[in-house]
Write a protein that binds this ligand. Structure first.
Ligand SMILES: C[S@@+](CC[C@H](N)C(=O)[O-])C[C@H]1O[C@@H](n2cnc3c(N)ncnc32)[C@H](O)[C@@H]1O
Length: 395
């Protein structure tokens, strides 16, 4: 294929892609700034795309499926889905320059018979699909910023049982740097917490689940990622008012949090009167948020195994898939060990040593992919503090 001088050819996963020449859009620190590019391609999202293909290999188990990559940029995600997970589908972007790259890349990968390229507004396309009666097994929403404008449309063309992957890059709002925006956009009161990445995931899930409930679609989160500038959640969707109600009743609730001690817990009761922080202060109540697990252990174990078998999966994705599998059975939000030690006025022990000690004592415990300083454990707060006190200063 003839390349223009401002284009380059790259390999990602099993795909070969023409993209704008990355060197033209590198910042002084060497990082590519995709927002400067005529069409969006972000090398830092390779992990997100690796996990998308692996999730679909898990979810579809070799069966044919139809997908819509609604905000596709160069087409990379949809093209990888077709090549790596075996789907047929639509790749779409509203920008005509993106359409040029999507067409080129579809041809380059020999996918003309399996991928249709659209140049439509995403909500228009998704709503039109409902009218055509086309049944979709997977929708991918990977926007700039918040996915909010696309969630309702994305749920409408889905089959009775289907899957959806949603990215959010407005992590400042989701992790409560902007509490008023978090309230209006995601319908939750909140404050900044030590486990801000996990809070972002829990807030995104709760909002999507509540919006799904309004459309009688039950959304069960199976896999969640927090990486660099984005969070991403993959859901199983079921058209069932009953299941949607059950999920809201069982898994949408409140989080109580003590900023002075970092104690935390979930409650379904907004009036939750009984909890007190160990220093006598009153906890802050936040919500509504997702209180059930943000990962499904069967899915995360499968994907960790798969990641190590597939040579097109990046090394970073292999490492992170293992971490996610280890942390996935633990529902308590991770503790930032540096912040916990700061409240206890202790030197921070190594997170790995704390995790091992907790495991020796019979608790579930793990590092977390969300933060290198984080420890996830089902140990009660007092037991964790005792371990940290014992290990503080030892390296
Ligand atoms: C973050 S980029 C997508 C990246 C791509 N999914 C990937 O993995 O490389 C978001 C894309 O959405 C497109 N876009 C923005 N608003 C849109 C809309 N309302 N409908 C369709 N495409 C839209 C932009 O042109 C941009 O290419």
């Amino acid at each position: 294929m003839a390349l223009l001088q401002h284009e380059e050819l790259i390999k990602e996963g099993l795909a070969t892609l023409v993209i704008p020449r990355l060197d033209y859009y590198r910042r002084a620190d060497g990082v590519v700034e995709p927002a400067w590019m005529p069409v969006f391609y972000n090398p830092q999202a390779v992990l997100s795309r690796d996990f998308t293909s692996m999730f679909l290999i898990y979810a579809m188990r070799g069966k044919g499926f139809f997908f819509v990559d609604a905000l596709s940029g160069t087409g990379v995600r949809g093209i990888r889905i077709a090549l790596e997970a075996g789907g047929v589908g639509i790749i779409n972007d509203v920008d005509p320059r993106a359409h040029y790259y999507m067409v080129k890349n579809t041809k380059l990968n020999g996918l003309e018979g399996r991928i249709e390229v659209y140049n439509s507004e995403a909500n228009t396309l998704l709503n039109n699909l409902v009218l055509t009666g086309m049944i979709v097994d997977y929708v991918d929403i990977d926007p700039y910023g918040s996915p909010s404008p696309h969630i309702d449309s994305a749920l409408k063309p889905l089959a009775k049982e289907a899957y959806i992957g949603i990215t959010a890059t407005d992590t400042g709002t989701l992790s409560c740097s902007y509490p008023y925006k978090a309230l209006t956009r995601y319908w939750s009161n909140c404050v900044k917490l030590d486990f801000e990445k996990e809070f972002a995931i829990r807030l995104l899930i709760s909002n999507v689940v509540l919006r799904g409930g309004a459309l009688e679609v039950a959304l069960e989160p199976l896999l969640s990622l927090a990486y660099k500038f984005y969070v991403r959640v993959f859901f199983k969707t079921t058209r069932s008012a009953k299941q949607a109600r059950r999920l809201v009743e069982e898994c949408i609730g409140y989080l109580w949090y003590c900023p002075s001690t970092l104690e935390r817990g979930f409650t379904s009761d907004v009036n939750n009167p009984d909890v007190r922080c160990s220093d006598g202060t009153k906890p802050i109540l936040m919500g509504r948020v997702w209180t059930c697990n943000i990962q499904n252990h069967e899915v995360t174990s499968y994907i960790a195994h798969l990641a190590h078998k597939l040579d097109w999966v990046s090394e970073e994705s292999k490492t992170i898939s293992s971490l996610i599998a280890l942390e996935s059975p633990i529902n308590t939000p991770y503790y930032r060990l540096d912040k916990l030690c700061s409240t206890l006025r202790l030197n921070m022990p190594s997170p790995a040593i704390v995790v091992n000690k907790l495991a020796e004592l019979g608790y579930k415990s793990s590092r977390t992919h969300m933060d290198p300083r984080g420890v996830k454990t089902d140990a009660p707060y007092d037991a964790l503090v005792e371990v940290v006190r014992e290990l503080a200063g030892r390296r």
